[in-house]
Design a protein around this ligand. Sequence first.
Ligand SMILES: NC(=O)c1ccc[n+]([C@@H]2O[C@H](COP(=O)([O-])OP(=O)(O)OC[C@H]3O[C@@H](n4cnc5c(N)ncnc54)[C@H](O)[C@@H]3O)[C@@H](O)[C@H]2O)c1
Ligand SMILES: O=C(O)C(=O)C[C@@H](O)[C@H](O)[C@H](O)COP(=O)(O)O
Ligand SMILES: [Zn+2]
Length: 382
Amino acid sequence: MTVFAPDDLTVVPVSLGDRSYEIKIGPGVLAEAGDAAKALGARNVAVVTDQTVAGLHLEPVMASLEAAGINAAPIIVPPGESTKSFAHLEKVCAGLLAARIERGDLVLALGGGVVGDLAGFAAAVLRRGVRAIQAPTSLLAQVDSSVGGKTGINTPVGKNLIGSFHQPSLVLADTDVLDTLSPREFRAGYAEVVKYGLIDDTEFFMWLERNWQDVFAGGAARTRAIAKSCASKASIVSRDEFETGDRALLNLGHTFAHALEGAVAYDGTRLVHGEAVAIGLALAFRFSASLGLVSQAEADRVVDHLRAVGLPTRISDIPGEVGNADRLMDLMAQDKKVKAGRLTFILVRGIGRSFISTDIPPQNAKSFLEAELAEPVPSFDD
Ligand SMILES: NC(=O)c1ccc[n+]([C@@H]2O[C@H](COP(=O)([O-])OP(=O)(O)OC[C@H]3O[C@@H](n4cnc5c(N)ncnc54)[C@H](O)[C@@H]3O)[C@@H](O)[C@H]2O)c1
Ligand SMILES: O=C(O)C(=O)C[C@@H](O)[C@H](O)[C@H](O)COP(=O)(O)O
Ligand SMILES: [Zn+2]
C-alpha cells in the first residue's frame, strides 16, 4: 500500500511487525532528519557519508540535527564500492565508538548503497545493534538498497558475503538530491527499477518503456517510479524478510552481476553495481531463452529497453578482461543462494514472470557463459 500525503510527500510503509517502518519519499525530506531522530529518542547521531555526498548534502542534514538539539558527528568514508570492506567497517566502528553512539542513539547513513550497506552493517554490530536511519542519495539506494535491511561488505571471493539483516527505523528518500547524481550513476540505478517490472509486474515494465525519458528528466514520473519500486520491494520483504523463499526474486540478474563485480575486483571505473545488474538481467533472460523457458523475442525486448537507456547488456561491454567461464563459475559458487553446493538461479518465463530455480545443471550455466564470452560484440553504444 502506498499512501500519498500532502506536499508531494509519498509514504510507503514496510510492514514487519515490531520492526515496521516508513519510507518517506519527496523533495526536501532530508530536512526532517532532526525531528525524526528526536522522535526516535536519540541524543547522539553519527552521520556516515562518503566524501562526494558530504561535499554536496551533509551540511543541511547536520543543521537539521543540530536544530533539533541532537549531537551530530560526521563519519566520512571514500566513495566507491571498495569502501564496502573490513578495513572501512573497522574505521566506521571506531568513529561510532569515538562519537559514543549508545544503544538508544542512531546511525544515519547518508549516501548511496555503499554507505547504506556499510553504515547499516556497522549499526547492526555496534554494541550488538543500534538503530539506523537510511537517507539514500542515489537512485539505486532510493529504489532498493535503503529498503529491506540487507547490510554488509564485500570480500575478494564474493559480494556482500559478510553482513546481517538489520532493518532501518526510517528511510528518508529526498528526491531533490538526485539532481546532483551523475548520469552514469542515475542510469545504473535505473537497472534496479527495471528489475521490479521484470520480476512480477509486466504493466510497470511497459510503463517504463513508455515513460523512461520522463523518469530520467525528474518530476512526477521519477517520484512515481521510486515509490512504485519501494512498494514492490516492501511487499516482497514483508512476506519474506530473511530470504527463505520469495525474497530471492529480488536477486533477479544478481547471480551473474555479483560474479562480474567480483571478476573486476569491484573496480567502479569499469563496472558499478547497477551496470552489473543490467548485464545480469540481460543474461538471465538470454539464459532462460537458451533453456527454452522464454522466447528470444521477449529477451530481445528487455535488452532493447536496457540499451535504449544506455545501459550495458553484454559481458563484452565491460572494459578490459573479466576472465573465463571457470572464473565466473567459481565466483557464482560463493553466491548466498547456493544450497548443498547447488546454484540457485532466478529465471523467467516472460517479462514479469520470474521464478526461483534450483535444478539447473552447472554445465548448462558454464556452456551458456562460454557462449556469451565468445560472442564477438563491437561496442558499448552499438
Ligand atoms: N542492501 C541492499 O538491499 C542493496 C540493494 C541494491 C544494491 N546494494 C548495494 O548498493 C551498492 C551500490 O549502490 P550505489 O549505486 O548507490 O553506489 P554508491 O553508493 O557507490 O553511489 C554511487 C556514486 O554516486 C555518488 N553519489 C551518491 N549520491 C549522490 C548524489 N546525490 N549526488 C552526487 N553523487 C552522489 C557516490 O559518492 C558514489 O560515487 C552496491 O554495493 C550494492 O551491492 C545493496
Ligand atoms: O534486497 C534484496 O533481497 C536484494 O536482493 C536486492 C539486490 O538488489 C541487492 O543487490 C542485494 O544486496 C543483493 O543481495 P545478496 O543477498 O545477493 O547480497
Ligand atoms: Zn542489486
